[in-house]
Design a binder for this molecule. Sequence first.
Ligand code: NDP
Length: 300
Amino acid sequence: MKILLLGAAGQVGWQLRRSLSVLGDVVALDRHSSPLCGDLTRPDDLARTVREVAPQAIVNAAAYTAVDKAESETELAFAVNGHACEVLAREAAALDAWLVHYSTDYVFNGRGETPWVEDDVVDPVNAYGRSKLAGEEAIRAQGARHMIFRTCWVFDAWGGNFCKTILRAAGQRESLDVVSDQFGAPTRAALIADVTAHALRAPQSGTYHLAASGITHWHEYASFAVQEALAAGVPLKVKPENIRAVPSTQFKTAAVRPANSRLDTRKLRDTFGLALPHWQDGVRAVVKELAAHGALAPKT
Ligand code: NDP
């Protein structure tokens, strides 16, 4: 299978380079690639690239993911997360290729405590969520064979994420305030990539929720990551008892964050015959990896 991978330098894209390699020939592009174009703000060059590569599957891990900045850079967010998806879906349809795309629980309004199922009513509460919804809708409208994986709270050793930010802060500060009223499942990029590779072996068109199992909030997640880092021998300034749980109202952010990011993953598990590991397994593994590579050592 020939696969065109976009966004190869992001958290998920980086892991996809590894996991897709067993499926065949992967043409991996990021926004700086040349002469092939991986820049989602250049629709004509992007379309030309798809035609030139002529893949059997396009996997789009590129996205505008700056949730707060999207409130002021809304046009750019929609160009990357919305319009580029339309281009990719149109080209995929013309080639009869599969389009794999990633979306977010931010298409929902975050109310309630029930895990979201795929058919729940969408109602994004911020510009990033609206731009991701626009991408989903553009893909469905083009009629290409597609799989859209909605995920949440992505992290891994490669790339920027909450887990790494907290561990860095824990190495520098004696106390931390972390939100405890937003719920979700920290989901390792490697898990998303592995599920993608598995699904591509017997693809079935549709939208699927993809997240690690179990539910937590940011405070519990941060405390767990710190405890794992201490257990791995990483010298941190903060003690677990000095990580305080605070309400999200304590932090003013440009974009409203949904409180309920719980995703019901039954459809994905049933369709592809998969089990999804617990979020703690992923966090433990990533913290160990970071510790083993000295990535959590205090800066001298
Ligand atoms: P990252 O931000 O780690 O990666 C996104 C990549 O897209 C980056 O390498 C970024 O490049 C690139 N990119 C940005 N703009 C463009 C552009 N114009 N052209 C080409 N590439 C561009 O995100 P993740 O890997 O975490 O996210 C993967 C998918 O999962 C996305 O669709 C995201 O919306 C979705 N998702 C992510 C969540 C999360 O917590 N991260 C939660 C829910 C869903 P650069 O670094 O140079 O900006």
